[in-house]
Design a protein around this ligand. Structure first.
Ligand SMILES: [Mn+2]
Length: 408
């Protein structure tokens, strides 16, 4: 299942971006490139979300130029090997998808761009990420770095304007069709969780849950937006656990954090289920606490509110719950984060952790998650409940409200 994005959407996004940056500097944006996994194998290609948002194109290494006179796309250099093994690029399809009518070869396109840049004082692009991100321990895609290098080779003196925040602010406020795609992703994700819930007592391993989810997504012709997190018992206390090889033990809880991806837009939902038995009183109490924190946090999401203020208030409320559960004595951040180590909310859209401006107040059209959790490794309890919330004119709408939050 998918939602068709016509080229009006991408044209509109380009116009909005032009208006937002407030000058006429050429805007040059690159697609992601393929990354080598080993020998002649690449990691699965994932398009740069900003590039997709402005063009709808899913091909590596294409460059979008919103020039001082006209917009055009520059095709990547292609080898015979690529043409034979991956097929040729259909230029008419690129025009139809993006609404950009001028498609140029690598050589002609770059010559045209260089000639334009020679007469410009400024060029706008999305800043390259650092080569390595220390916090996450990962290398970044070098496509933007390469693009910038090539731009500067043509004109060493040109000033580079980083428009990351402008694109982020546009992407943060969803248009109706984007909400439609997210809603469909949520509905498919919810149905997958219901399937798991219905058969959980007969399942033996975490991967049995993953298999049901993935089969349901494929039946609907969509993919996982990330490898499902199916974390039972103690595993649920490791935030990004997704080995999914542990057995499901009766009377353990299992946390399922998944999302389907529909037409590039992700859902992000977490439910925590009990395996095989009735929950213990303690499991029920912790679950109830997370539910109450989630209700509290959802009520805070409305136009004019700041995510950071909502976070502070939610953590304060969480502290009272953690103290009622006998887990903490003082409401200090270090005590709270022992049992609730992550943030309550993030933006949701083209990326599960979507881009946006966390410094701006919430406004209608913003979609974000609300996902408090309590993790107690010493008791084999990890509980998170996550729903997806759309900010509306008057408050918010929980897009995943059809999916039950009952433990049993
Ligand atoms: Mn999430």
């Amino acid at each position: 299942m998918n939602i068709v994005f016509k080229n009006d959407f991408f044209k509109g996004n380009r116009q909005k971006l032009r208006a937002a940056i407030g000058n006429k500097a050429p805007i040059v944006i690159t697609a992601s490139g393929l990354l080598q996994r080993g020998a002649d194998a690449a990691y699965p290609f994932h398009q740069d979300a900003n590039f997709w948002y402005l063009t709808g194109i899913d091909i590596p290494d294409v460059v979008l130029v919103m020039g001082s006179k006209a917009d055009f796309l520059i095709l990547p250099k292609r080898s015979n090997y690529q043409d034979i093994f991956e097929g040729t690029i259909d230029q008419n399809e690129l025009i139809e998808t993006s609404g950009v009518t001028s498609i140029l070869s690598n050589e002609v396109g770059w010559q045209k761009l260089r000639e334009d840049l020679e007469h410009q004082k400024q060029v706008a692009t999305i800043k390259p990420a650092p080569i390595y991100l220390e916090t996450y321990g990962m290398f970044t895609n070098p496509a933007r770095q390469q693009l910038l290098k090539r731009i500067l080779t043509g004109n060493r003196k040109i000033a580079v304007q980083d428009i990351s925040i402008d694109v982020a602010r546009l992407r943060m406020v969803k248009q109706d069709i984007e909400v439609e795609a997210i809603q469909l992703a949520i509905d498919i994700t919810g149905a997958a969780i219901n399937k798991v819930q219905a058969s959980i007592s007969g399942l033996t391993h975490e991967y049995s849950v993953e298999a049901i989810i993935t089969a349901h997504f494929l039946d609907n012709k969509v993919n996982n937006a990330w490898k499902p997190i199916v974390a039972s018992g103690h595993n649920a206390c490791t935030m990004h656990y997704n080995d999914n090889f542990s057995p499901l033990l009766p009377s353990d809880l299992v946390m399922i954090d998944i999302g389907a991806e529909v037409s590039h837009y992700a859902a992000d939902i977490t439910r925590t289920l009990i395996i095989g038995h009735k929950p213990t009183a303690r499991q029920r109490d912790v679950y109830q606490a997370v539910l109450e924190v989630q209700d509290f946090a959802i009520n805070l999401q409305k136009p004019g509110a700041l995510i950071s203020d909502n976070e502070k208030r939610t953590r304060k409320f969480m502290a009272t719950k953690l103290s009622e559960l006998g887990l903490i004595k003082r409401a200090s951040e270090s005590e709270i984060s022992r049992y609730f180590p992550h943030a309550t909310s993030h933006f949701l859209g083209l990326e599960p952790h979507d881009t946006g401006d966390y410094g701006q107040t919430l406004q209608p059209g913003v979609v974000l998650t609300v996902e408090p959790g309590i993790y107690i490794p010493e008791e084999n309890i990890g509980i998170r409940i996550e729903d997806d919330v759309l900010i509306t004119l008057k408050g918010n709408k929980v897009l995943s409200s059809n999916l039950s939050r009952d433990l049993l």
